[in-house]
Design a protein around this ligand. Structure first.
Ligand SMILES: Nc1ncnc2c1ncn2[C@@H]1O[C@H](COP(=O)(O)OP(=O)(O)OP(=O)(O)O)[C@@H](O)[C@H]1O
Length: 256
């Protein structure tokens, strides 16, 4: 293995997450490897979205570091951090698309904001990104005119508009029926291959966790820290922690 492969893409070290004085999570230390589909999992309200926002540079941690390659997000200048964040593509659970803009305009927005491309080039690139998520021909549609699954796909197209090295998705398949959720999982796998990106996902969909997750961290609300990290299938097979087992077995007897 070369040295480049040996170093994790994102290294979270001794991270403490707080809102004001309210502690959410502490002592978080784990690695996200290049090309991982890394799942942040855990029960409701344990701090998954909060961790994601800290990893993407939106919130400054109370303690600890988030390293991306050789740079610690909060130990560089604001300018450098913004440059690092240009390599991040983001899709949130809610409000993913602007309803008054067409799909092509939604996807083109980051290109208009962050590049010097001409309107024609923006339109062409937006069209290409839409085709990458199976939405060729839907450039002129408004979000209200397409299905929930297509909206999620368009949100992913917008997240990949700038060819980011790292994609952060918060509950990408929330609210979808199982078949549409499965199709979205397939798409995420395809994007990982075509973009060669590292993907960090918040989800509590067990089907997704097991089918696309290559690596994961489990957060616990009671102890306010992580109880496990690793491949979800391996955690299911060999993690000793009862709460992790209970979660991965959908609440079925942890001692089974
Ligand atoms: N901006 C905020 N200010 C203060 N507290 C917050 C803020 N955002 C979230 N919280 C609190 O932090 C805790 C963790 O929230 P977070 O949304 O990160 O959890 P989660 O694991 O993603 O939850 P869910 O699975 O229900 O979406 C919750 O108690 C929540 O109420």
């Amino acid at each position: 293995m070369s040295q480049e492969q040996a170093q994790a893409h994102i290294r979270v070290r001794d991270l403490t997450l707080k809102y004001g004085s309210k502690l959410i999570q502490q002592d978080l230390t784990f690695d996200v490897n290049k090309n991982d589909i890394f799942i942040i999992m855990g029960g409701s309200g344990c701090g998954k979205s909060t961790l994601l926002k800290h990893m993407m540079g939106l919130y400054r941690p109370a303690e600890g570091q988030v390293w991306v390659d050789d740079n610690s997000l909060w130990d560089v200048s604001d300018l450098q951090r913004r440059a690092m964040m240009k390599n991040f593509g983001v899709s949130y659970q809610a409000g993913a698309l602007i309803s008054s803009l067409t799909l092509a305009e939604n996807v083109g927005m980051p290109l208009e904001l962050y590049t010097e491309l001409s309107p024609k080039e923006v339109a062409e690139l937006a069209s290409l990104k839409l085709s990458m998520v199976g939405l060729a021909g839907f450039e002129g549609y408004y979000p209200s005119e397409i299905s929930g699954g297509m909206i999620k796909r368009a949100a992913l197209a917008r997240a990949i508009a700038l060819d980011p090295e790292i994609l952060f998705f918060d509950e990408p398949s929330a609210g979808l029926d199982p078949i549409s959720a499965r199709l979205l999982d397939d798409l995420i796998l395809e994007l990982r291959e075509s973009m060669k990106s590292t993907i960090v996902i918040v989800t509590h969909e067990l089907a997704s966790i097991f089918s696309i997750g290559s690596n994961a961290v489990f957060l616990d609300a009671d102890t306010q820290t992580m109880l496990a990290t690793g491949n979800p299938n391996q955690l299911l097979a060999s993690c000793d922690d009862a709460k992790v087992q209970q979660f991965l077995r959908r609440g079925e007897a942890a001692n089974a």
